[in-house]
Design a protein around this ligand. Sequence first.
Ligand SMILES: [Zn+2]
Length: 191
Amino acid sequence: MKAIGKFLLLDLSEFDAWLDAQQIKRKISLIQQHHTFIPAYKHFNGSNHFTLCQSMEQAHKERGFAEIAQNFTSFPDGKIMVCRSLNTIPAGIKGVNTPGICIENVGNFDRGKDSMSSQQKECIVHITRSLLTRFKLAPGETTVVYHHWFDLNTGKRILKEGAGSTKTCPGTNFFGGNTVEAFKTGLLPLL
Ligand SMILES: [Zn+2]
């Protein structure tokens, strides 16, 4: 565990004890999954976790956010950075931030781009499961959500794949795809 300012870098083995120790004063009912797109794998050198988070924070401030948008960032080496406090609403998906926790996964997981490492896969599955357990949420398509499932303009859930204005985030190959169907066959069985 290593801290620089508010940023706290954890090994995956440290995450559950850290989470147990947190006092959380807002109601959480869903966990958002994103990819950072930039930085991608080529920007990660194995030791620049803090620099990448500081750069993302700078970029988010330039977009008008008070601080870095996400609560957590996962890395290709399986480490996890605590970014925005869990007690602060994230700026992840318009429409579902108030009840949400935002996880940004470093990489570009669109098809043909970064191939997710086994360590990062394990990290994403583990922290998502731990958060579901902590907040007494059953794994499913309403408790774990992808950015792609929401209209960027209205913040409403899109009921038909291909409708509305969406991002590909968390990537067209994130655990096999970014659709609800892909979630059900790719990530959900691991949760
Ligand atoms: Zn996103």
